[in-house]
Design a protein around this ligand. Structure first.
Ligand SMILES: [Zn+2]
Length: 837
């Protein structure tokens, strides 16, 4: 008995010893960086920390990834700050003029640092480093961090993209032998398609902060805007031959970025340099990673009042160890240590300047309200009744942008579409945004018609102006609009009658297409009108969907329409007679039957996973219409008999370069197949005999027989500038649209395209339709190299070609780029559902 008690005591003693904060090495049973930690183990470590240090850590799950993994946020601080953490948070919103209670803030609150790890799933050292950092911040024997936490609260998101991270880690672990193979050509350094960088739907989450097309972003940014931290770090990795990059960022900086935001970046960088110098680690600053495109993990926080930064450790696909160009072996141990060092150094320098950090944060938001910069004080977005307006409202709400309904009145402002100042009438139902609000700078950046570049060598697209991306008529106004409404104008709901002859649905956006998708999947016969028609006072444009009782005998038409109208938010017009006042009657053959398309899309090594992912997400989550992802081989072997629509996302497709398969594909089109080719798929078809041709540079030909061409004598030091002349990081062009062709239905006679390459095509001469063309001077906004600007004139970007009983649709640009180019979504639906019916 005595022995048992002793043993029990010993056991309890060890239980007490175990019930203490463990380092990640102790908890996991291996040194960080010597093995990969799967996501569920990272979660367990954070739970352990929260359980052992409840007075100093608050751990919450703010959402779930697409595949159902938990998304976590740990709040770390002194016991005093954590006990009052809701007050700290609310006070911070008051500092940002973003609190609902309008109480005066306490200007002596703690500084707030937010550390974001592993947004790119295969940049794996950062989640490992996050565990070292949270431990060291709380380690009872670390006197320094104890001091920092007195005036600094640290928020840690250990993994923004757990699906991508586990995709990489599971794969890597499955190919690792007994020992690490550091040879760069070894299989373990050759991550297979699509790789772990992106999320489940192959979206790059570090391009999605503003648009929030993905659930991971939506959950996270909701939480982010509840906090508005003062300093935000996004931990990344770059190529294995690069050393380490930290702030200050590279030009171009957007002009809204404040002096303090620049200055503190430099102070942070100098603090990191101190540690890197001491250890002899290489690093660089002020190059490559700019602050411009608003949807990154550094710019989004920057445009929301934070010091937003990206840190980049060399290491993508390095696994546990790889030999780099210098002949050194770069290990995961080193990579994690570097990210840990900059994480701690960020907290240190912030703590050392906490009072200033808070003061500058306060003045950023006071300026946002009292002295907003930019030529416009407000914007009016005309409500054209389409679901693009609904989507815009969602975008504004998700970003905590304050907006109102217009109250009517005569105003004047810059018409975005024409680029000219004019008088206009604001009507009830239009959307008004005044810039004097906490998100003022962010609004300015999202809405600016043209962005001022301090340097044109940027990392990303240079044009994203929301009115063009959403296709909404917008005015920029030089003063505030005070006559506004908070309550929505009344919406007239459809009254469904039992004796309707037919139902009509206007074809004006993604919601109409979603309704069509739902009806087709329920087996309801739907037609579309090729010509506009009137019934009474209501005007119906080309493409209007018609569902008649006559074509759906015995089917629950009314119930199906009512359900679809409700689930998609679409207005349905019951019609009493097939005799229209103007146009073709419903029995005419100008009213075409829509056969439900059977859609396949190719995936695989040479297909852009991002482009394919956007389309997959579009079909799966937005249109809710079945699409089969299949390989080129499987499609050629078995798919041709099963599918009649083939989508070729941006990519390289071998079958175009082989005569036999090229002919097979053509024969399939002639039998009634339809190819929808996008971006580089179009360029490849232009190199063979499909009937579309790339427009060549005229200059190249002319120069051939010249004697001396001095333009060839380029200066070495100008090499980057010379390259820019041919560069096209993403700009907006106006496309003139033939909207009498089904591919243009639902649009006015123009469309704004986001152009990301210099490809433009010759007008199709035979059996084809030049649906979308650029004429002279159709450039709208964004950086376009001088050489390309000249070239992008008088050519085709959107085309349709008849081939036998089938069609080919050419979309030279991505119509649904990053899922935020809302105005192109209908174009894609036209290609899928209407063309060729
Ligand atoms: Zn990255």
């Amino acid at each position: 008995m005595k022995r048992i008690i002793l043993m029990l005591a010993a056991f309890m003693g060890s239980a007490v010893a175990m019930a203490q904060l463990q380092s990640p090495d102790q908890f996991l049973g291996y040194k960080i960086g010597t093995r990969y930690t799967p996501h569920y183990r990272i979660v367990q470590y954070y739970q352990h920390v929260a359980k052992e240090m409840p007075a100093q850590v608050k751990l919450e799950q703010y959402g779930e990834s697409t595949e159902g993994r938990p998304l976590l946020l740990a709040t770390v601080g002194s016991a005093e700050n954590i006990a009052n953490i809701e007050q700290v948070r609310n006070n911070n919103l008051r500092l940002a003029n973003a609190a609902r209670d309008r109480m005066a803030p306490n200007e002596n609150g703690p500084a707030i640092v937010w550390l974001s790890y592993n947004v790119h799933g295969n940049e794996t050292s950062s989640s490992e480093a996050s565990m070292m950092t949270i431990y060291e911040l709380l380690n009872p024997s670390n006197a320094q961090s104890k001091e920092w936490l007195k005036n600094t609260v640290v928020l840690i998101d250990p993994c923004l993209n757990p699906d991508g991270r586990d995709r990489y880690v599971n794969w890597y672990t499955s190919v690792l032998g007994k020992n690490v193979n550091p040879q760069p050509i070894a299989r373990e350094h050759r991550e297979p398609w699509p790789g772990g960088r992106s999320n489940h739907y192959n979206f790059d989450l570090n391009r999605d902060w503003a648009w929030q097309s993905q659930v991971e972003s939506r959950h996270r940014i909701k939480k982010y805007n509840e906090w508005l931290p003062h300093v935000h770090v996004d931990f990344h990795e770059q190529g294995v031959n690069e050393p380490y990059y930290f702030a200050p960022a590279a030009e171009p900086f957007h002009e809204v970025i404040s002096k303090w935001q620049r200055e503190f970046q430099t102070m942070i960088g100098r603090n990191h340099a101190k540690y890197f110098d001491k250890n002899g680690w290489l690093y660089f600053t002020r190059e490559r990673f700019d602050l411009f495109y608003p949807s990154y993990g550094d710019t989004y926080p920057t445009y929301s009042g934070s010091i937003g930064m990206t840190y980049e450790q060399g290491g993508i696909r390095a696994g546990l160890g790889i030999i780099n160009e210098d002949g050194d072996t770069l290990t995961l141990v080193d990579r994690a240590l570097h990210h840990h060092t900059t994480g701690m150094s960020t907290v240190e320098i912030t703590s050392q300047n906490a009072a200033r950090v808070v003061k500058e944060f306060r003045s950023y938001f006071n300026n946002a309200i009292n002295n907003p910069i930019g030529e416009f004080k407000s914007w009016v977005i005309k409500n054209d009744g389409t679901d693009r307006v609904t989507r815009l409202k969602e975008l504004l709400d998700r970003n905590q942008i304050d907006w109102s309904w217009a109250n009517g009145g005569n105003l004047s402002g810059l018409n975005y579409l024409t680029g000219k100042s004019e008088s206009f009438k604001a009507e009830k139902g239009d959307i008004v945004i005044n810039v004097n609000q906490p998100k003022g700078n962010f609004i300015k950046v999202l809405f600016e018609r043209t962005s001022k570049l301090s340097d044109s060598a940027t990392y990303d697209i240079t044009a994203w102006s929301v009115p063009f991306a959403y296709g909404l008529k917008t005015y920029g106004v030089a003063n505030y609009i005070t006559a506004v409404n908070k309550t929505a104008p009344e919406n007239t709901a459809t009254t469904f009658t039992d004796n309707a002859y037919a139902y009509a649905v206007k074809w004006d956006g993604l919601n109409s297409a979603r309704l069509l998708s739902e009806l087709l999947q329920k087996g309801i016969r739907v037609r579309y009108a090729e010509q506009p028609f009137h019934i009474g006072t209501e005007q119906f444009e080309k493409g209007t969907l018609l569902v008649t009782q006559a074509a759906n005998t015995g089917k629950p038409v009314r119930q199906a329409l009512e359900a679809a109208a409700k689930s998609t938010g679409t207005k349905v017009f019951p019609v009493a007679s097939g005799f229209v006042d103007k146009g073709y009657d419903f029995g005419s053959d100008r009213v075409r039957i829509i056969n439900a398309p059977k859609v396949a899309m190719l995936y695989g090594e040479n297909v852009s996973s991002l482009a394919m992912g956007e389309l997959w997400h579009f079909f799966d989550q937005q249109l809710e219409y079945p699409v089969t992802l299949t390989s080129a081989n499987d499609f050629m072997r078995e798919g041709m008999n099963k599918y009649n629509v083939l989508i070729l996302a941006d990519g390289m497709y071998d079958f175009f370069s082989k005569k036999e398969t090229n002919e097979e594909l053509k024969a399939w089109v002639r039998r009634g197949g339809k190819i929808i080719a996008l971006e580089n798929a179009v360029a490849q078809m232009a190199k063979t005999d499909w009937g579309i041709k790339l427009k060549e540079d005229d200059d190249d030909k002319k120069d051939d027989d010249k004697k001396a061409d001095y333009s060839l004598l380029r200066k070495y030091e100008n090499r980057e500038r010379d390259w820019l002349m041919n560069s096209m990081p993403g700009s907006i062009f106006k496309v003139e649209l033939d909207h009498t062709h089904p591919l243009g239905f639902g649009y006015p006679d123009f469309y704004y395209t986001l152009k990301q390459d210099g490809n433009i095509y010759e007008y199709i001469k035979e059996d084809g339709w030049n649906v979308g063309v650029i004429k002279k001077d159709n450039y709208v906004s964004g950086f376009t190299g001088s050489v390309l600007k000249e070239k992008l004139k008088d050519g085709l970007l959107i085309g349709a070609q008849d081939m036998g009983r089938g069609q080919v649709v050419y979309l030279a640009d991505n119509p649904i780029f990053r899922s935020f180019w809302e105005n192109g979504k209908l174009l894609l639906c036209n290609a899928v559902f209407l063309v060729g019916q």
